[in-house]
Design a protein. Structure first.
Length: 224
């Protein structure tokens, strides 16, 4: 018998929204201000990495050394500072198909909605603020909680139980994401994953990546 779902965990970038390069632009501006180097994170990192790993690997790539603790803290602060600006000014920022209909429907149906993302917690909320989507998510697991996607997914599950005052098991949860990284993280936490072919990966690629269910966009609804 299929488990009764209680909680649904959503990835952000490529699943709920597209920022139109705002994240990369904010890193570039932070490096340019602090070191005079407009660093391109795409040259040193991969899609799906957590923010701390992106910052650290890019730092090593352009500065050819590990960052000291104080300067890495400053880099993260400057990156978040510029992220407000780059998200606000992005001409390609958009909410993906089905999101603005699906999220209210899930809340009305009694599901607990959380986030599971490699973004720092602050960065996640900056990105969602422009579309006024933060109100749907009262907990989450973030790149500021763990560098491992499976671990930050487990953190999100623990917070669901904490926030709502009732146990939520992996079988009662569902992860929704647009990349094989999301699938891997969900499965590492013992949770099934819905792959959404809304950004870089196709339906076939997500199936090949092990997604338990695959949909073309969130406008199709979720397999609940």
């Amino acid at each position: 018998m299929a488990p009764q779902r209680l909680a649904i965990l959503f990835d952000i970038d490529g699943t709920l929204i597209i920022t139109g390069g705002a994240g990369a632009a904010s890193w570039r501006m932070a490096f340019d201000e602090l070191y005079g180097v407009p660093a391109d994170i795409g040259a040193f990192t991969d899609t799906g990495m957590t923010d701390p790993d992106v910052g650290r690997q890019t730092f090593v790539g352009v500065m050819h050394r590990q960052p000291e603790r104080a300067e890495f803290a400053k880099l993260l602060e400057r990156r978040l500072h510029y992220l407000y600006q780059t998200v606000d000014e992005s001409t390609d920022y958009r909410v993906l198909d089905g999101v603005e209909v699906l999220l209210p429907q899930l809340i009305e149906s009694g599901y607990l909605l959380g986030l599971v993302t490699g973004n720092l917690e602050a960065a996640a909320h900056i990105k969602l603020h422009r579309a006024k989507l933060n109100r749907f998510f009262s907990f989450g697991g973030y790149g500021s909680d763990a560098s491992d996607r499976g671990e930050l997914t487990r953190v999100a599950l623990q917070r669901a139980s904490l926030v709502y005052g009732e146990p939520v098991t992996p079988r009662q949860c569902l992860v929704v994401g647009d990349t094989p990284h999301d699938v891997e993280g969900a499965h590492a936490a013992g949770i099934e994953c819905v792959g959404v072919a809304s950004h870089h990966f196709s339906v076939e690629q997500l199936r090949a990546g092990g997604a338990d269910y695959v949909i073309a966009s969130l406008s199709e609804g979720l397999p609940l």
